[in-house]
Write a protein that binds this ligand. Sequence first.
Ligand SMILES: [Zn+2]
Length: 241
Amino acid sequence: MHHSIEKLLGVQKFDREISLLEEAKIRRPMELSDDLRKVNAGKASVSAVEEVIKSCRMDIDKGELQVKELDGEIEKSKIAMNGSKTNEEFSICKGQIEKHEESQGTLEENVLELMSHLDTLQGKKEEAERELADIEKAYQRKESEVNGLVSGLESRIGGLKEERGELSVDIDQDHLDIYERVRSKVDADSVVPVHKKDEGEGVFFCQGCYMRVTKQELTQLALAQELLTCRSCSRLLYLED
Ligand SMILES: [Zn+2]
């Protein structure tokens, strides 16, 4: 086997492991997406209750204002009643006062109902906030766990890259360039053996793309003096010892 192939196979072993770890590094944080969705749903529940509380408070304020306005109307009617000169005037004012007081009673009842509804809503808000706090706590726990795993992966990747670098200084730069070029193209192993399809026949195939290797190429591989690439997929080929 050509000495560069031997070393490139070592580099390839590192590259395989590095790319597996890189994939895991990307995949790990994705495990958080479900929990993040739960956190956002929890936040949405809290704000939904807050919105209802806001509009309930506005209704209460509006009702209280209307009750106060009727106080003014009643006061006016009372003054008019005291100044009335005829029985008719007096009874009209009295009727107005009664009408206003009736409306006021209904409004006050509504305000009381709204206030009790507001209490229920406050309870709901507190419950939603407690749930959100639990969800956030679980998310943070998982996030720090994932961050720990990711930084563990990063340091392993760093170590492997260092070892790979040490191994590649010994390799002929031209040969390393071929390796890198093919690897970036096929995004998989760029050094592959040639194998026989079945034992009986002396026909060999590239194990990257299954292209048949010619007799001349096979001789070249057996001599192992020069590097040989596959005519079809450009992978570096070698004959196993
Ligand atoms: Zn091939």
